[in-house]
Design a protein around this ligand. Sequence first.
Ligand code: FAS
Ligand code: PHB
Length: 391
Amino acid sequence: MKTQVCIIGGGPSGLMLSQLLHLKGIDTIVLEKHSREYVLGRIRAGVLEHGFAELMREAQCGERMDREGEIHDGFEISDNGALTRVDLHKYSGGSSVVVYGQTELTRDLYDARDRMKGTVIHNVEDVALHDLNTTTPPYVTYRDGDEIVRIDCDFVIGADGFHGPSRKAIPKDVLTEYEKVYPFGWLGVLSRTKPVNPELIYAKHDRGFALCSLRSQVLSRYYIQVPLSDTVEDWSDADFWDELKKRLPAEVAERLETGPSIEKSIAPLRSFVAEPMRWGNLFLAGDAAHIVPPTGARGLNSAASDIYYLYHAMVDHYLKGDDTGLDQYSQKALARVWKAQRFSWWMTTMLHTFPDSIAYDRKLQDTDLAYLFSSEAALSSLAENYVGLPF
Ligand code: FAS
Ligand code: PHB
């Protein structure tokens, strides 16, 4: 098989790039390890930056998002029961975010690929990357049953997430990895219940962090910070709801509608960046290159700017013969990635309880929040990062 751009990974990063390039007449093949049902069964991000929403519209995939997604102009921060609203619209100069689940936008991207007869191959095994940085063009192989299939291409995009093979294809003496692991995780629950609040609530509490989010007016998403030693089996639905209520303001806890969890999982929190994001004709995008703790809702949104840069760089290469975008990709993408890393680390450090913290650290956390609510400059800084820094 032959294509111009071989994309490894059928998550939002890979699908979005495939869709955008197709609209410019650039041929791609997407290789996905799992079935479509498996990919669509993963519950992940829920908040889209303005820039991500624009990309969905440019990819001709924004129609259901615009119909079913919710525009949010702010969110609440609860500090041991005291609620304060962060007015994103006011402090970002008029911008906002879209609340629309990653599951849904991934479904929209798959539907668009099908509609345009895009090539997405599922259940591929033993994907291997070859000749990434030689004078001969690269190629990718994968196993289909007993057969080894070869795809010749001009470029390989590693959109295969944190555990995929692409990042590992870069030699260790070329790659630098930066990692920070947090001493806790998030236990998340999805329930067919009315959201407790029209806007998100980020709750700082001595018992631990909690987050009230949503997917629609009949589908709620809640998280509580838990020790890394906890497993999902340690938490019955009843225990989860009891603990969540203890971390929310009383008036919020009283109106919380509980119900059976339709998804319950624990995600460990880490900050991670791999540099460079290009090696020869391999380009890394999304979780393959960087991971953030979800506190700042930057995970999926960091992937968006990678895809935006790669999309324009590939169009310039194929349609104008200009490789400036490709040559600048890694440096440009990492500049924005690290700003998302900083914001995610700051939100996480400010709002969570740390098992080994000292009293001085806890006073700094309180002061960070007090300064935030006392300073328009601080609120503007939070808002511009949360709605998304410019691409
Ligand atoms: P993805 O990991 O989504 O997709 C990579 C794809 O590559 C997967 O489908 C995988 O099956 C495939 N793949 C892997 N190895 C392969 C191989 N060898 N061959 C072929 N395909 C292969 N972000 C937020 O903003 N908010 C959140 O609340 C949030 N919660 C999260 C919870 C969890 C448990 C996780 C893991 C992530 C969460 N994220 C969140 C971040 C998440 O949304 C990612 O940023 C987003 O999925 C990035 O998309 P991709 O880069 O496409 O990577
Ligand atoms: C979610 O709805 O899953 C969500 C929202 C905001 C975050 C993290 C997760 O910061």
